[in-house]
Design a protein around this ligand. Structure first.
Ligand code: NAD
Ligand code: UFG
Length: 349
């Protein structure tokens, strides 16, 4: 029988792409999302892209902190085989301004989810952690054994949730938990039908570049040109969102391994790309020239961050397939077909 997976935050950027890969992989999927940072149009499009298998998708608009609603959902299902937990707030700057909102949403939401899972005997979890827990790493590539730290309240929620998961597993070894540390997810599904649609001014590089390309913003500000890197700009490990989504299927499969406890894996490509290299790749893919404004460093930014991919390759049998040219091609395909994301000029800012 097909496995049923609960996906929290499944209407969001990474969630929607992962739900599609799950449906294609013949899983049944139940999505829970409060739509705070997403549109239900994403769910409709995922169902369409999945064709016949779109029938295996169910959506519930629920806030994870609404325990009775979550209880009711779990009680109405015979059981979930596993949960993939994406739901959370993710804007670093906002988390500095509104730490309580971040702790409440991300930590309370996760604890509520874990309590309900435990009460219903569902003890398999894949959690969205982040490379942010490596801070400014002393060396690269970052391996999973590196010390972890938090640079801001958002990062602290990831660090705390990782620790909570380790404690839960120590207290009850029946729990099987995989913590996935994402590097920098970019791009979109090659159909151009689903992609990233941030609300407000984008914090991250590629959503900003995309909005400059479609004329919504005048220029990209490049934060920092004096780093000790090939061209002075920050270096990151960009990973195609479809590769990242496939990493979740690999993690789900790994949860069936009798020996797995609470384990961490990096999901990255292992390659470092500078801001200027990424912009050049996007210029090439789009045929546009993104106007640049050179500026000082953004507070809290690390210089060079990229992943060691060895552990995921060996143990999850997963490896990213796409390079930055494909990432930029698909980012542009999505942006040019949906310049206002899932909304319209009136609904966006
Ligand atoms: P996203 O904002 O597009 O998706 C998160 C989804 O969770 C949204 O659809 C939002 O509506 C939902 N949500 C938030 N709080 C909720 C709550 N209390 N109850 C129910 N739904 C809720 O973000 P994303 O980029 O898809 O990120 C998914 C996860 O991956 C997040 O946990 C994020 O912190 C993590 N992550 C993202 C990145 C990145 O660069 N995108 C990097 C590392 C880790
Ligand atoms: N950058 C610019 N201009 C912008 C935005 C970004 O020059 O307008 C630069 C940054 O300075 C950095 C690089 O582009 O050098 C990447 O920046 P992002 O904001 O896209 O990504 P970060 O690596 O800084 O951080 C993001 C998330 C973190 C997460 C991390 C790893 O914001 O929460 O990816 O997943 F931890």
């Amino acid at each position: 029988m097909a496995k049923t997976v609960l996906v929290t935050g499944g209407a969001g950027y990474i969630g929607s792409h992962t739900v599609l890969q799950l449906l294609i992989g013949e899983f049944r999927v139940v999505v829970v999302d409060n739509l705070d940072n997403a549109s239900d149009v994403a769910i409709e499009r995922v169902a369409e892209l999945a064709g016949e298998r779109g029938r295996n998708l169910e959506f519930h608009q629920i806030d994870l902190r609404d325990k009775p609603a979550l209880e009711k959902l779990f009680a109405s299902k015979s059981n979930f085989d596993a949960v993939i937990h994406f739901a959370g707030l993710k804007a670093v700057g906002e988390s500095v301004q509104k730490p309580l909102m971040y702790y409440n949403n991300n930590i309370t939401g996760t604890i509520t989810l874990l309590e309900v899972m435990s009460a219903h005997g569902c003890k398999k979890l894949v959690f969205s952690s982040s490379a942010t827990v490596y801070g400014w790493p002393k060396e690269v590539p970052c391996t999973e054994e590196f010390p972890i730290c938090a640079m801001n309240p958002y990062g602290r929620t990831k660090l705390f949730i990782e620790e909570i998961c380790r404690d839960i597993h120590r207290s009850d070894p029946e729990w099987k938990i995989i913590l996935l540390r994402y590097f920098n997810p970019v791009g979109a599904h090659p159909s151009g039908y689903i992609g990233e649609d941030p609300r407000g001014i984008p914090n991250n590089l590629m959503p900003f570049v995309q909005q400059v390309a479609v004329g919504r913003r005048p220029a990209l500000t490049v934060y920092g040109t004096d780093y000790s890197t090939k061209d002075g700009t920050g270096v990151r490990d960009y990973i195609h969102v479809v590769d990242l989504s496939d990493g979740h299927i690999a993690a789900l499969n790994k949860l069936s391994d009798a020996k797995i406890g609470c384990e961490v894996y990096n999901l990255g490509t292992g390659k470092g790309t500078s801001v200027l290299e990424m912009v050049a790749a996007f210029d090439k893919a789009s045929g546009k020239k993104i106007p640049l404004v050179m500026a000082g460093r953004r507070p809290g930014d690390a210089e060079i961050v990229y992943a060691s991919t060895e552990k995921a390759e060996c143990e999850l049998h997963w490896k990213a397939k796409y390079g930055i040219d494909e990432m930029c091609r698909d980012q542009w395909n999505w942006a040019s077909k949906n310049p206002w994301g899932y909304g319209s000029p009136d609904s966006s800012n």
